[in-house]
Design a protein around this ligand. Structure first.
Ligand code: ATP
Ligand code: MG
Length: 296
């Protein structure tokens, strides 16, 4: 059975997409089969991994993008799947085993214009389609926008684990508290649609600190986050094994450069000590995630 994981935070720009792309590539490097699902209208993960030309083709027609499974509803998730998404200059596949469900700007219509069938919420349609392909993967990672609207709900409903990328600041703590509240509300509302074969409803299993600058002491914000997490664990509002990950990702220019190159940092190469260090952070994070198996 695949591990289905959503990366969520109410706060924007904390590094969800950067973490997910780099983590996915490190999991593939470790021999895991990984599907990344882009649930964000901004399409950052899709543009990053497909590069602009290939993504533009999808965006200009909407054909092959996630919204087409909802409206008109004729496409199946397995038809829009891009296998081994990262392409080299010669058209060869640079990271076989990293697949993508791409999205484009039309996903915004899922939040407004899309009416659908009230008895079949979008997250149920999404989950049913995912069932057809999920056994092909060890990890399915959902990149969510900074909210819990319909697109995010698709990932949260299908996932069994939630991880919260965060920056060590007061706003992240507020965002985390809001997130846990909204998650619990959504899990209650969607409970009647769950089937036992889906496994348990997703809870927060971990917080991952991202973009940590050298010489900046993060012990105080980290301690505040740990206290809040302990409180939530006692109240059974997060998983009992939820933790702040030991691995934290440093701030490094190569993370931003990797986006421009359309590559995860493990494929960027030859960028100096700074790049090597952040790449080793991502590798350690992948290992820590592999070992942080949920106790069900
Ligand atoms: N470790 C890092 N070092 C340096 N820059 C980083 C790091 N992680 C992320 N960034 C940069 O921070 C910005 C925001 O990152 P990212 O897009 O991953 O955040 P996000 O949480 O997905 O944002 P959104 O909420 O808009 O989806 C990007 O410019 C990204 O390149
Ligand atoms: Mg993002």
């Amino acid at each position: 059975m695949s591990r289905k994981i959503a990366f969520v935070n109410y706060k924007g720009g904390v590094g969800k997409t950067s973490l997910i792309v780099n983590l996915a590539s490190c999991l593939v490097e470790k021999g895991r089969r990984v599907l990344l699902v882009d649930l964000d209208t901004q399409s950052n993960a899709s543009i990053w991994l497909l590069k602009l030309d290939r993504w533009n083709k999808i965006n200009s027609t909407g054909v092959g993008s996630l919204f087409s499974i909802f409206d008109p509803g004729t496409d199946k998730m397995k038809d829009i799947l891009v296998q081994s998404v990262i392409e080299g200059k010669d058209g060869g596949r640079l990271l076989p085993g990293l697949d993508l469900i791409p999205t484009s700007f039309n996903l915004v219509d899922l939040e407004g214009e899309y009416k659908g069938d009230a008895k079949r919420p979008a997250y149920l349609i999404f989950q049913e389609q995912l069932t057809e392909i999920e056994n092909n993967y060890d990890y399915i990672l959902f990149d969510c926008p900074p909210n819990i609207l319909r697109a995010s709900q698709c990932g949260i409903f299908s996932a069994n684990e939630i991880y919260v990328p965060a920056n060590p600041d007061a706003l992240s703590l507020i965002g985390f508290t809001l997130l846990v509240d909204k998650l619990m509300r959504f899990q209650q509302v969607s409970a009647s649609f769950r089937r036992t074969s889906m496994g348990p409803a997703a809870q927060v299993y971990g917080i991952i600190f991202n973009a940590i600058k050298t010489n900046v002491d993060i012990e105080v914000p980290k301690m505040r986050m740990q206290l809040r997490l302990n409180q939530f664990k006692t109240q059974k509002r997060t998983a009992p094994s939820a933790k702040i990950f030991t691995t934290q990702i440093r701030d490094a220019t190569v993370v931003r450069r990797a986006v421009t190159l359309g590559l995860p940092t493990i494929l960027v190469g030859q960028e100096g000590a700074d790049a090597d260090s952040v790449t080793s952070d991502y590798r350690r994070l992948a290992q820590e995630l592999i070992e942080h198996v949920p106790v069900i």
